[in-house]
Design a protein around this ligand. Structure first.
Ligand code: PMP
Length: 392
């Protein structure tokens, strides 16, 4: 019988959380589960610059004919300029557009396997799909336990100790900024040390960045990736525009490779194009066309950056509101100001998470990850009260 070897797979727990939240009739419910940016009213609006770019695109686009597996070249170039600036004078860089950051990661993972890479090191925990994608293509994952969730800090020595067990040619995954699910990033000095070790051990860095502009600022958020890619001869970078351009369902991303030599870069890129062709042939156009229109126009760029900065500041000020609650039972929220971006993980057991949901209508991932942007006005205080009662 066909398909008899298949076993049923569990639903994605976060998608289950969305359904449970939407079916909950309690008016005061709080959604800290889904990983989308929200404004003070709990909405995820289309960004102003995107709306303006959509009007221009509607008026100016003359054809929907094929572009090619590389997608929108203007988009790829514009993102590269913002990402790398002039930080890598000794590297040749090229890339293609992909269906979201997930498409970029899938392609990067397949490229690693094609290149003979067998193992990938990563700081754990990481975004669940990282593990799933790397496992799917047959890479061995070496998890590095190096986060202190109680103090919201990164254990550099622990990270370097495990990294030192890697062999030449192994890959290492790093979050460019705003770590998902922890919000804990290395400091600039720590990035420097990580970069030196990657270069010394001759490892291949794969940097995934899905939140540029939502951490410390647009160029600050690129510091880590630039430092690592300047130190290692070759590197891969995967990019998502879902959060910083609010393009979630438009599936807009890119993958880049850095190389010390143009000929090798051309060879790598030809493999990337083959992989794209067999996976999705061509990426969807709409989101990338909008990003290109924004980045090629001073006025739209200003509009977009202003709104992105508002989003960043909202997340920062919510971190400060949470931190002001200080020690609540066994959880100290004060260190949350050290974190970056939308996510933080709290030391809560799955039972405690479940209890917060059933008793207080507060929804979050079972791991204790919260989306800080999910708090509306007044929610932080209620969250503090709920945490207090949880302990009592
Ligand atoms: N990397 C990380 C760290 C993410 O959190 C996400 C999800 N936002 C992605 C990649 C993939 O994003 P996309 O929705 O563009 O596929």
């Amino acid at each position: 019988m066909p398909f008899s070897k298949l076993t049923s797979q569990p639903n994605d727990p976060l998608l289950q959380l969305i359904t449970a939240f939407s079916e909950d009739p309690r008016p005061h419910k709080i959604d800290l589960g889904v990983g989308v940016f929200r404004d003070a009213l709990g909405l995820t609006p289309v960004m102003r610059a995107i709306k303006a770019a959509e009007e221009r695109l509607l008026a100016s686009q003359k054809s929907k004919s094929y572009l090619g597996p590389e997608g929108d070249k203007g988009f790829v170039k514009a993102i590269a300029a913002l990402l790398f600036g002039s930080s890598l004078p000794d590297r040749f860089i090229d890339g293609i557009q992909t269906p979201g950051g997930t498409g970029a990661l899938r392609l990067a993972a397949e490229l690693l396997v094609r290149s003979g890479v067998k193992r990938i090191f990563l700081a754990s925990p990481t975004w669940a799909n990282h593990n799933a994608i790397f496992r799917q293509v047959g890479l061995e994952i070496i998890a590095i336990p190096c986060f202190d969730i109680i103090n919201q800090s990164f254990n550099l020595a622990g990270f370097i100790d495990t990294l030192a067990t890697a062999s030449s040619g192994d890959a290492v995954l790093l979050h460019g900024c705003c770590h998902n699910p922890l919000g804990i990033d290395p400091t600039p000095d720590e990035w420097g040390i990580i970069a030196q070790h990657i270069a010394k051990l001759n490892l291949l860095p794969l940097i995934d960045i899905a939140y540029q502009g939502l951490g410390s600022g647009w160029s600050e958020d690129a510091f880590g990736l630039q430092t690592v890619l300047a130190a290692a001869p070759f590197g891969i970078l995967t990019y998502s525009c879902d959060k910083n351009f609010g393009l979630y369902r438009e599936r807009t991303g890119a993958v880049y490779v850095t190389s010390p030599d143009q000929e090798q870069l051309d060879c790598i890129l030809s493999n990337i194009l083959c992989l794209a062709r067999t996976n999705w042939s061509m990426p969807p156009d709409h989101g990338a066309a909008l990003v290109r229109l924004i980045l090629e126009d001073k006025e739209l760029t200003h509009l977009w950056r202003t709104e992105l900065e508002e989003m960043r500041r909202r997340t920062l000020s919510l971190r400060e509101d949470l931190a002001r609650l200080g020690q609540v039972g066994h959880i100290n929220l004060a260190p949350l100001t050290q974190g970056k971006g939308m996510f933080a993980t709290l030391p809560l057991s799955p039972n405690q998470v479940e209890w917060l949901r059933s008793q207080h209508a507060i929804y979050m991932a079972h791991s204790g990850r919260i989306n800080i942007a999910g708090f509306r006005d007044g929610d932080v205080e209620r969250f503090g009260t709920a945490l207090k009662s949880l302990i009592a």
